[in-house]
Design a protein around this ligand. Structure first.
Ligand code: NAD
Length: 260
């Protein structure tokens, strides 16, 4: 379905980003990976799906590096047809103890990076398909873009902001073939959440298994993690023809978290 399309997924060396990159590659999209840590493993996994894959090491907190990445992607593949703004970090502390430097980093990586990548991707998306425009922008927000939790001020502010940016992007392109939507997962067991499980286990002197149960039990009625594969399938749907008129939606996949 996505043959001859190019998808750039920020923060795709691990977790949800890698899951979405693999799902889009399985539909034939060429992939631009980004993120820190191991690059060879993710590159090999995606190459095995028979598509072209490349990598750019942009630090998503730095606008100049984001510009460089978008130029690199356009030079390599001609155009970024699908942009998945996924890179994100977390910091957990009460507001009075929240380090100002961590606030700036969370806002830069979880929110401002999506603005920069989007503004740079839009002109080519709008010119695609003989001037009719075709593009998909998918913002990885969170259930924390819809509701709050204590001790996550920067993350909750960034994710609410990202849903606002999603709506504006959708509206500004509503008469074109470019859509923009947000995906809002509940708990997904990735390195980002494993750190929170480990901190809970250490703070309470309980096992990792007990900490995991508590974490799910506090917020997620299904008592189940959402998986990167399920999120990848939702991204594929948004890129499909059936997603042509899905615009400005914040779609939670959260085991009932926000329904409470
Ligand atoms: P993760 O820690 O597994 O992956 C984050 C990715 O972002 C990694 O590839 C990392 O290298 C990259 N990254 C971090 N800082 C970066 C930077 N400055 N520049 C470039 N890349 C950077 O996390 P994840 O759980 O897969 O999270 C992915 C997205 O999903 C985030 O936006 C997160 O907020 C969101 N999310 C996660 C959950 C969850 O439960 N895991 C729930 C809701 C939303």
């Amino acid at each position: 379905m996505l043959k001859n399309k190019t998808a750039l997924v920020t923060g795709s060396t691990s977790g949800i980003g890698l899951g979405i990159a693999k799902a889009l590659a399985a539909q034939g999209a060429n992939i631009v990976l980004n993120g820190f840590g191991d690059v060879d493993g993710p590159t090999a996994e995606i190459s095995a799906l028979g598509v072209s894959v490349t990598y750019h090491p942009a630090d998503m907190s730095r606008p100049a590096e984001i510009e460089d990445m978008m130029k690199f992607a356009a030079q390599r593949f001609g155009c970024v047809d699908i942009l998945v703004n996924n890179a994100g970090i977390q910091h957990v502390a009460r507001i009075e103890n929240f380090p100002a430097e961590r606030w700036d980093a969370v806002i830069a990586i979880n929110l401002s990076s999506a603005f920069h990548a989007t503004r740079l991707a839009l002109p080519a998306m709008r010119a695609a398909d003989g001037g009719r425009g075709w593009g998909r922008i998918i913002n990885l927000a969170s259930v924390h873009g819809l509701v709050a939790s204590a001790e996550k001020s920067a993350y909750v502010a960034a994710k609410h902001g990202l849903i606002g940016l999603t709506k504006v992007t959708a509206l500004e392109n509503a008469t074109t073939g470019v859509t923009c939507n947000a995906i809002c997962p509940g708990w997904v067991l990735t390195p980002l959440v494993q750190k929170q499980v480990d901190a809970k286990a250490a703070a309470q002197g309980i096992s990792n298994e007990e900490a995991t149960k508590q974490l799910l039990g506090e917020k997620e009625p299904s008592l189940q993690f959402t998986t990167p594969e399920e999120l990848g399938a939702l991204a594929v749907f948004l890129c499909s023809p059936a997603g042509n008129n899905v615009r400005g939606v914040a779609w939670n996949m959260d085991g009932g978290w926000a329904a409470q």
